[in-house]
Design a protein around this ligand. Structure first.
Ligand code: HEC
Ligand code: HEC
Ligand code: HEC
Ligand code: HEC
Ligand code: HEC
Ligand code: HEC
Ligand code: HEC
Ligand code: HEC
Ligand code: HEC
Ligand code: HEC
Length: 340
């Protein structure tokens, strides 16, 4: 397990490092170019309907992105906004990096998200003439953000559980006043954020058997993609609960010569990944867990029908797993009863 953890962190570090290098090289290239570079990129984008990295322009499909559109007379430009809203300019984090042609500030500036603002400016700041995402419908906000964020992580947002239940990007993210160190969340940590609505799941972390989430080795987002997925329960990987679990616990994937039917079916039959009061995240204590299904076996499966209940080897230690230790499946020719 520690080995696998180390590999996991190493992989994570590599990904982070390459993302960082990629960002650096992007920023350097933009800074090295002539001043008219950005304007030129934008003009080209408008003609080609594509973005600077050669990918199709996000949002060009539904036209709701302002990036790449020819500025219209309804737009005032970011410089005029900051005359009155100066404090907003430095709150944008990565969105404010105008040197990166993919960001809002490289497009229509503030108006990429707030819509054309000339009327608002001319009226000296009439609030009825400008879009405030706080007052928009959830669909309108999502459409604004997914005009750019609609790939990778975000491919399956539309129709996802959170989308259907009227959450939107700004339920969890803040454009101007994030509280978290990473991800611009409206709460300081993921746990605080998710517990606004999933208190039961977060509370389970306090039970004795739990994934190392509260120790900071895992986050909700290691298993779930809050932005939508192809798996059940917004699980990040695969098409079933088992594929999600075995993406980390690969040794439980098999193939086994002798398969244990419930293991093959769904890990969550015996384990609650969020936490339980039993060891190994088991949903019930051994041997009672096994007895949920095994009442009649060659040897008495119930501890109660033994005349010598007090000394039944099925009650002590790891119960049935004292003998049936290869409970997830066996590769041994004689492992039919999962004893080896
Ligand atoms: C002449 C000054 C002025 C300029 C220029 C200006 N605003 Fe405003 N804006 C205001 C005032 C005043 C308010 C109302 C008070 C407040 O919320 O701070 C306001 C409010 C807003 C709001 C909140 C609306 C609401 O419903 O509460 C947004 C969003 C906004 N402005 C965006 C912009 C953008 C984008 C630009 C540039 C296109 C811009 N403003 C330019 C003065 C200005
Ligand atoms: C990435 C999209 C985005 C960009 C770019 C953006 N905003 Fe906003 N703005 C929002 C959202 C979303 C809100 C709602 C509050 C929040 O999430 O922080 C908001 C809220 C506001 C408000 C109202 C604040 C309130 O408390 O109600 C003002 C004023 C504002 N923005 C001005 C600006 C100005 C000026 C710029 C450019 C310097 C700008 N915004 C750029 C998305 C954006
Ligand atoms: C014009 C395109 C565009 C729009 C519109 C846009 N974003 Fe972004 N966003 C970006 C880019 C580019 C980045 C930086 C990504 C990177 O560096 O890989 C980013 C980064 C982010 C991040 C990650 C921040 C971090 O620190 O890791 C969040 C969260 C985010 N955007 C949320 C939103 C939300 C919410 C909205 C709608 C209110 C929105 N974005 C609208 C282009 C956009
Ligand atoms: C239920 C809460 C929730 C909702 C709704 C949500 N997000 Fe996120 N988002 C998160 C969390 C949690 C992270 C991970 C933050 C971290 O720790 O880095 C994240 C990460 C991100 C990132 C950075 C990761 C990346 O892809 O590069 C972006 C961008 C982003 N979200 C955009 C959006 C957009 C756009 C929407 C709306 C379509 C949205 N989010 C809706 C919770 C949410
Ligand atoms: C504003 C409330 C809210 C927040 C915050 C929120 N969720 Fe949800 N989430 C919901 C609702 C509503 C549902 C649907 C519940 C249902 O249908 O029973 C849901 C469902 C889910 C599901 C089950 C999906 C399915 O298809 O059954 C998962 C997993 C989930 N959320 C994870 C998260 C994670 C992780 C976070 C924190 C990053 C989070 N949620 C934050 C409201 C929220
Ligand atoms: C180790 C992986 C893992 C982690 C970490 C994890 N989950 Fe889950 N979660 C799952 C699996 C697997 C399911 C589906 C369980 C099932 O089908 O019985 C699930 C189901 C859910 C559901 C839907 C449950 C229902 O009853 O419909 C919600 C909501 C949820 N998780 C929220 C969270 C939150 C919030 C966190 C962070 C505190 C979190 N999860 C951390 C794996 C995980
Ligand atoms: C993102 C990786 C990841 C995923 C996905 C994952 N786990 Fe884990 N799991 C871990 C880590 C890390 C540990 C802690 C290992 C340690 O402390 O040695 C762990 C520990 C466990 C333990 C042992 C707990 C104990 O008390 O000894 C069980 C049981 C477990 N996971 C079951 C599951 C199940 C079932 C699923 C699918 C619902 C799952 N895991 C999905 C990473 C993951
Ligand atoms: C029939 C019930 C059952 C099912 C289904 C099940 N497990 Fe287990 N699992 C157990 C029992 C019992 C233990 C404790 C074994 C012990 O104490 O030696 C355990 C222990 C574990 C452990 C920690 C000890 C170890 O062997 O590493 C992990 C991790 C684990 N299971 C993952 C999974 C995964 C992944 C799945 C789905 C592929 C799964 N389990 C399905 C019963 C089950
Ligand atoms: C959700 C129901 C369920 C749970 C819980 C469960 N099993 Fe099973 N088990 C089965 C099924 C179904 C089979 C396949 C029976 C068959 O092929 O006739 C099986 C097969 C077995 C076999 C092999 C029997 C044979 O004849 O091939 C053993 C041994 C076994 N289980 C032990 C355990 C132990 C020990 C536990 C507790 C850790 C346990 N099981 C928990 C459903 C379950
Ligand atoms: C002292 C060791 C031991 C303990 C403890 C034990 N078993 Fe067994 N079990 C065996 C042996 C030996 C076999 C026969 C294997 C064979 O026939 O090859 C067996 C066979 C089985 C079988 C398959 C045979 C059949 O009749 O279908 C099941 C199912 C089973 N045990 C379930 C359980 C359950 C449930 C528990 C806990 C209540 C348990 N066992 C505790 C040793 C043990």
């Amino acid at each position: 397990m520690p080995n696998r953890l180390a590999t996991f962190s190493l992989a994570l570090a590599t990904v982070l490092a390459s993302a960082w290098l990629w960002m650096l090289s992007g920023a350097a290239a933009a800074a090295a170019g002539p001043p008219e570079y950005r304007q030129e990129v934008r003009e080209r984008l408008a003609i080609l309907g594509g973005s600077a990295d050669g990918q199709p322009l996000r949002g060009s499909e539904n036209g709701s992105s302002a990036v790449g559109q020819t500025p219209s007379k309804d737009y005032a430009g970011a410089d005029s906004c900051v005359v009155c809203h100066e404090e907003k300019k430095n709150q944008l984090g990565p969105h404010g990096r105008a040197a990166d042609p993919r960001t809002p500030m490289a497009g229509q500036g503030c108006e990429t998200c707030h819509g054309p603002g000339k009327a608002h400016v001319d009226a000296g700041g009439d609030v009825s003439l400008i879009k405030n995402p706080k007052n928009l419908s959830t669909r309108e906000v999502s459409a604004t953000c997914t005009s750019c964020h609609n790939r990778g992580e975000h491919t399956f947002w539309e129709g996802s559980t959170h989308d259907r239940r009227q959450l939107t990007c700004t339920t969890c993210h803040s454009a101007h006043a994030p509280e978290s160190v990473s991800g611009r969340l409206v709460k300081a940590t993921q746990l605080e954020l998710c517990s606004k609505c999933h208190r039961d799941k977060v509370a389970k972390l306090d039970r004795s058997g739990h994934m190392p989430v509260r120790e900071g080795k895992l986050q909700c987002s290691n298993c779930h993609n809050m932005h939508g997925s192809q798996n059940v329960r917004l699980l990040r990987v695969g098409y079933s609960v088992n594929e999600s679990c075995t993406s980390c616990h690969a040794e439980k994937r098999g193939p086994f010569l002798w398969e244990h039917a419930p293991v093959r079916e769904n890990c969550a039959t015996c384990h609650d990944p969020h936490g339980t009061a039993n060891e190994r995240l088991l949903v019930a204590k051994l041997p009672f867990l096994c007895q949920r299904c095994h009442a009649h076996t060659r040897h008495p499966a119930t501890v109660y029908d033994s005349a010598v209940f007090q000394s039944s080897n099925r009650v002590y230690g790891r119960g049935c797993v004292n003998c049936h230790s290869a409970i997830h499946g066996s590769v041994h020719p004689a492992g039919m009863a999962f004893q080896r």
